[in-house]
Write a protein that binds this ligand. Structure first.
Ligand code: ZN
Ligand code: ZN
Length: 244
């Protein structure tokens, strides 16, 4: 679209493929451009390392020979993509901070857990983890725990935990946090008998509530201290220590 300019931008990654492989495939300028053909916010920080400039004769030749694109002779920021990028960064930071608070609560000796541990598939949690730790990743979809459950006909259709399920354990508060943000289900507990009924879960909820009401000022004070202490990022790169 900018015919007057004689230099064209081309993906360095694609140029590398061109020099390495017999079939580099079509030009992949979306390596550094957003879907609108403007600068991708994910690449803005070290943009120069993602593209090279070639004279128009070279571009014309490569473009004709290999196809792909898009044509780019000037680089401009994309307001739409920049806003979306910032929105996701805010979401990542908020969710990571919330989860770290919940981890501290889990370790706190003054919190009693009435529910058995909650479970979420390892694959879903890994996607969430990748999302909050990488600015390249999209948010995960709704939670789907159905693969963790089985309903053997010979036991009258009672829902149980599968023996082979690939899951991670979480506190009830963590489960509520994730399901509030992402939706999905079903709620699954680490019990090897039948999965708890809604009534059983409600009973645990009541016990938990009673605990919170009976907690002394000191207990609450302690909790608040533990929740606000240590906001450093000492151990957040790996959640595996407490949840594998
Ligand atoms: Zn252009
Ligand atoms: Zn864009």
């Amino acid at each position: 679209r900018c015919k007057a300019v004689s230099r064209f931008h081309i993906s360095r990654e694609w140029l590398h493929r061109l020099s390495t492989f017999a079939e580099p495939g079509p030009i992949t300028n979306f390596d550094f451009l957003c879907p609108h053909g403007l600068i991708s916010p994910r690449r803005a920080k070290d943009l120069n390392s993602y593209y090279a400039e070639v004279p128009s004769a070279a571009w014309d030749y490569l473009h004709q020979e290999f196809g792909g694109g898009p044509v780019c002779s000037s680089l401009q920021y994309c307001v739409t993509c920049q806003n979306e990028f910032l929105r996701l960064q805010t979401k990542r930071n908020a969710e990571l901070a919330a989860f770290k608070q919940l981890q501290k609560m889990e370790r706190s000796p003054s919190v009693r857990w009435h529910h058995p541990p909650n479970l979420i598939t390892r694959s879903w949690f890994s996607r969430w983890e990748r999302f909050v730790l990488n600015h390249d990743e999209e948010p995960p979809p709704a939670i789907d725990n159905s693969s963790l459950l089985t309903r053997p006909a010979k036991e009258g259709g009672v829902v149980r935990l599968k023996q082979s399920g690939n899951y991670m354990t979480f506190t009830r508060d963590m489960w509520l946090f994730f399901v509030n943000v992402y939706g999905g289900g079903p709620e699954v507990f680490l019990v090897h008998d039948h999965q708890p009924t809604a009534d059983e879960v409600a009973k645990w909820d009541e016990e938990r509530q009673r605990d919170l009401l009976n907690a002394t000022e000191d207990d609450l004070q302690l909790n608040v201290t533990q929740l606000t202490l240590d906001n450093g990022d000492s151990d957040h790169e790996d959640f595996g220590d407490t949840h594998s």
